[in-house]
Design a protein around this ligand. Structure first.
Ligand SMILES: Cc1ncc(C[n+]2csc(CCOP(=O)(O)OP(=O)(O)O)c2C)c(N)n1
Length: 267
């Protein structure tokens, strides 16, 4: 399969802003998908609303563009209706961590056979740069003009705590690692989650004095701390970690019994 078999060229030009990290994520995903040997005719791509929610529309396969926050609920329904399908969800941090937070937590807990890719740009990109549940503390957005006073969610840690079988986080700088993590996630039984810290120059960058895609990208690169190193930091540093550092790496890989197997639907 080549690039043009995977993407719907008739949908081009795409709607992403110049410098958006979603292109890097899509490219890495394409390579991961091809190398995983999965059949695109037996895969369904699901997304909610948001910039990241537009990804499945560009993939030449069955896809579902659902309501904001609900892609996991729809995806779970698809899996139950036809357990032989591979179901992949693309989601934004607002979609997954805010309005869809409860679906996310409980799908991890149930260990539903889904692969979820979250493009975390730390902001509501599509709707005008409002703060999301992952906006770092003291960072700016259209709804936090004096700096965000809330602490952010760590989505990958939430997925680990809730029970997902595979969890990894990388940034758009870590293309090879991202691809490998996606490949592992696609082949993993049960709920697998890959979070990609990604640049949104049009909103996140603009509100945080990073006026080009490159500057946000450099910030992501400079903020990334390997998980092995982060675990050795003191509690104070870990607190700092929440406030702007991005822990990257594999968070968990385990083999809890998946949902459909536990129900006896899949062997
Ligand atoms: C029920 C509902 N609430 C709110 C909205 C408005 N809305 C559309 S996209 C979006 C936020 C998108 O942010 P995120 O999920 O982080 O994705 P991004 O655009 O940053 O990729 C919101 C609030 C909506 N469409 N439906």
């Amino acid at each position: 399969m080549n690039f043009f078999d995977f993407y719907r060229q008739d949908r081009w030009p795409h709607m992403f802003c110049p410098g958006c990290g979603i292109g890097t994520v899509m490219n890495a995903f394409f390579h991961a998908f091809v190398e995983s040997g999965l059949d695109q005719n037996k895969t369904v791509f699901v997304a909610g609303i948001g910039c990241s929610g537009r990804i499945p529309g560009y993939i030449r396969a069955d896809s579902l563009h659902t309501t904001h926050g609900r892609p996991i609920a729809f995806a779970g329904g698809i899996k139950v209706a036809d357990p032989d399908l591979k179901v992949v969800v693309f989601s934004g941090d607002g979609d997954l961590g805010a309005i869809g937070g409860n679906h996310f937590i409980n799908a991890c807990r149930r260990n539903v056979e889904l692969t979820v890719i979250c493009i975390n740009n730390y902001i509501y990109g599509m709707t005008g740069g409002q703060a999301s549940t992952t906006t770092p503390r003291d960072f700016f957005s259209s709804t936090t003009p004096y700096g965000n006073r809330e602490y952010p969610f760590d989505l990958s840690e939430v997925a680990v705590a809730a029970g997902a079988n595979y969890v990894a986080r990388w940034t758009t700088f870590h293309v090879k690692q991202m691809k490998k993590a996606m490949q592992k996630a696609l082949l993993k039984d049960g709920f697998s989650f890959v979070e990609i810290a990604s640049q949104c120059p049009a909103q996140f960058g603009r509100y945080n004095q990073m006026n080009s895609a490159r500057q946000v990208f450099e910030w992501l690169k400079a903020s990334a701390v390997p998980r092995s190193k982060a675990s050795k930091l003191s509690a104070d540093h870990l607190d700092l970690n929440l406030m702007g550092k991005i822990t990257v790496g594999e968070f968990v890989e385990r083999n809890r019994e998946s949902y459909m197997k536990a129900l006896g639907v899949l062997q």
